[in-house]
Design a protein around this ligand. Structure first.
Ligand code: DGJ
Length: 741
């Protein structure tokens, strides 16, 4: 990284700073012309090496024309867009003082730092780097620190912090950071969903106006936007330029895509502040969340791969040997019985399970979901000798022990709620919010409440050999206020939660935390800074999970997706599926079992053991390789694959998610391979072809130990013609480069 002197003083005005950041095929061209607020001149395809003159010319040529009947100065769309620059769309800063002043700050840039060093030259070309812009408006008495980073993976992230530099209060309503997107990219894709059916894709065209995804649930939400994409019309998993953003926040938040009649288009995000939450006393600062941006020149898989690389490069990222987990929830629910649970542990250990998780119901009066929540003391009633006999049994079998908590919640019928009704979030002394799952929210922003919950969890985790917490959060925050003042407290609650997790992790090195929120209601990159897995959904039906896992993986790599094999009949949907379909689906994630093994037949147990052996063999590939997707000619066949970084190994599952209208829905192409390499393609024995295979010319060869040898180019461009697969079934293909290649 270096700062080069400006080679074109004629076109570069004083105080102008331009930075060209490049990484993994992405260019980010940042511009502070004449001390104006920072703007992105380009976010997209790598522009190659530029010098100062190139950057100045690009800035000049891309400056918009002054439009008729608009301000007489070219529109400047900053990362924190402002009214003062003629921007009439969503402003970066929305707020004011009590007398109404300060609603339209005119910020200027006072300093630019590149990886903490002041940028002295007018142009700085570099690789991945961190840029900090200091901005202020002395008259309106606000200052802002705007951070922009280009990561090794090509992901951009940006966030803003606003400080009230005045002598009276300033109330911030919203702080929104944005990234520009070309007008041609007007096809939009984001996610929605509900409990038990998280992350359902929705596509539409972005027309003039704002597509605003607001979340007021106090958690990331089952219906969160997850990722908001804008792409060239028709983009799919491997084709079309795409720009996407993710707001990394676990409380109320926003994602937005905006197309302005002024001739600009942007993606953005930020925290959603409830009324009064953004009130800043003199010298107080509000810091917004990171908003991540991914550019892809070739479809959705590249967006996913960039996020996966980003997460995998973190120092705290999990190892590839993600332990096979058994969670007891769908096996026993609240029926905690030591003998039964020991038996379940024995059966699990015999299968090769490596972690055993005791779910809800071990504490206080919690015999069902109506009472005891918040009392994190082992129940004498069901555990007269404490958890020791079970923990020792589980660890004695060589498995880790995990335990369920729901630290932010309380049943009204609990010792805690009786002792401290003032700790329940409520808008008034004399009224509680509506219950949800018979529970209320505990106000962790009250220091004594935070300390109490911390101490109880800390005591349990210190007393027993607990390697893992399943951290649940089973309701939305409705009227979530500090009861003594009536002031909204979702913002404070979110940061108190982060601090609680961070503290427990620091006190218990190696402790893993799973982010669960009635299934997949808290999946975002900020919760992932302090958790090691998400529970994708309470619905474990493999047909539903084909879709939910596929789209959760648009942001998260497979090792972070809790993915279980449940009983044959789904507890959520009532559908019945083969073990092969359940296991093939679950294999592409952090594998677990959630099934009363005492009810499984000997044949099922033997088959399950084979799947666990397979998972242990392929997890290094699954959790380091590139994630790819595809399918047949219509939407009846879905391909999900992982290709190793050296492209010598690959594993693909092909699932029939519905019956096709076509007798043969066309060949399925195998993406991501080295076109010139010769691969040995084998059907993984635990997932045999359906009986109709008699009509499949390659059936015997592919099932043989030698498999079929084919060039990567043939597999990627011509693929495999499949027999008709039974609806809701899947097959599994394993590829390795043939010996000698
Ligand atoms: C919701 C979770 O998603 C389930 O897996 C289970 O832990 C229950 N809560 C327990 O109450």
């Amino acid at each position: 990284m270096s700062n080069t002197p400006n080679s074109s003083p004629a076109v570069t005005a004083p105080h102008t700073r331009r930075l060209h950041l490049r990484a993994a095929g992405v260019s980010l061209l940042l511009d502070v012309t004449e001390g104006n607020i920072p703007a992105v001149t380009h976010w997209g395809a790598d522009l190659g090496e530029l010098d100062a003159a190139d950057a100045a010319s690009i800035a000049l040529l891309t400056t918009p024309t002054v439009a008729h009947n608009a301000v007489d100065t070219p529109l400047r769309l900053g990362i924190l867009p402002q009214l003062a620059d003629g921007w009439l769309g969503t402003p970066g800063i929305s707020g004011a003082r009590d007398d109404g002043s300060g609603f339209a700050p005119r910020l200027t840039t006072t300093a630019v730092l590149l990886d903490d060093a002041p940028v002295a030259a007018s142009f700085a070309p570099c690789g991945p780097a961190r840029v900090r812009f200091d901005l202020c408006d002395q008259k309106e008495r606000v200052s802002v620190v705007l951070e922009v980073e280009l990561l090794e993976s090509g992901i951009v992230r940006t966030r803003a912090s606003l400080t009230n530099t005045g002598a009276d209060d300033y109330t911030l309503d919203a702080l929104t950071v944005t990234l520009p997107v070309p007008l041609a990219a007007d096809e939009m894709l984001d996610l929605a969903g509900r409990w038990g059916k998280e992350r359902t894709p929705q596509r539409s065209r972005l027309v003039v106006g704002t597509h605003l995804r607001e979340n007021r649930r106090g958690r990331t939400g089952h219906d969160a936007a997850h990722l908001l994409h804008l792409g060239m019309p028709g983009f799919d998993v491997r084709g079309g330029e795409i720009w996407a953003v993710h707001t990394a926040f676990s409380g109320n938040h926003r994602h937005l895509a905006e197309r302005s009649s002024l001739g600009a288009q942007l993606l953005g995000g930020g925290e959603l502040l409830l009324a009064g939450e953004g009130r800043l006393a003199p010298s107080e600062t509000h810091q917004g969340p990171w908003v991540y941006g991914a550019y892809s020149a070739a479809g959705l898989d590249t967006v996913a791969q960039r996020f996966h690389r980003t997460l995998r490069s973190r120092p705290q990222h999990v190892d590839v040997d993600r332990p096979v987990t058994l969670n007891v929830w769908e096996a026993v629910y609240f029926d905690h019985d030591l003998a039964r649970l020991r038996d379940l542990a024995d059966r699990a250990a015999a299968l090769g399970v490596e972690r055993f998780v005791l779910d809800d119901g071990w504490f206080g009066s919690r015999r069902d979901d109506r009472s005891g929540l918040g009392d994190w003391v082992v129940s004498d009633e069901v555990w007269p000798d404490g958890l020791g006999p079970l923990v020792d049994h589980v660890t004695g079998l060589g498995m880790q022990f995990g335990l369920w908590f729901e630290p932010e919640m309380v049943n009204e019928d609990s010792d805690l709620a009786r002792a401290h009704p003032e700790w329940i979030m409520a808008p008034r002394h004399d009224r509680l919010p509506l219950e949800s799952r018979h529970q209320q929210v505990l106000n962790l922003s009250i220091p004594a409440a935070w300390q109490h919950v911390h101490d109880q969890i800390h005591a349990i985790v210190s007393r027993y050999d607990i390697a893992y917490i399943k951290w649940d959060h089973n309701r939305d925050l409705v009227e979530a206020a500090t009861r003594s003042t009536g002031a909204a407290a979702t913002h404070a609650q979110t940061y108190a939660l982060y601090r609680l997790m961070d503290t427990l992790k620091a006190e218990h090195p190696g402790l893993e935390i799973e982010s669960c929120s009635s299934g997949g209601g808290r999946v975002d990159l900020e919760i992932l800074e302090r958790t090691d897995r998400v529970w994708v959904s309470d619905c474990i039906d493999p047909l539903e999970r084909q879709q939910m896992n596929r789209w959760t993986a648009q942001l998260l790599p497979l090792e972070l997706l809790g993915s279980h094999i449940a009983s044959g009949r789904s507890h959520t949907t009532g559908r019945l599926h083969t073990l092969a379909f359940r296991a093939t689906t679950a294999l592409f994630g952090h594998l677990g079992i959630e099934w009363d093994l005492a009810q499984a037949s000997e044949t099922e147990l033997a088959e399950l053991a084979d799947w666990i052996v397979l998972y242990k063999r392929v997890r290094p590939l699954l959790f380091t390789g590139d994630y790819v997707r595809g399918g047949g000619e219509d939407d009846s066949l879905w391909l999900t694959g992982v290709v190793s970084q050296d492209r010598r190994h690959a594993l693909y599952q092909i699932a029939c998610v519905t019956r096709s209208d076509l007798a043969t829905p066309g060949p399925v192409l195998l993406p991501g391979l080295d076109p010139s390499a010769r691969y040995r393609v084998r059907l993984v024995p635990v997932s045999p072809l359906p009986p109709s295979r008699a009509h499949t010319p390659w059936a015997d060869d592919i099932a043989s130990p030698g498999g079929i040898t084919v060039r990567g180019s043939g597999l990627t461009h011509l693929g495999i013609a499949l027999p008709e697969l039974p609806a809701e079934s899947a097959l599994l293909l394993e590829l390795s480069v043939a010996d000698g290649d």
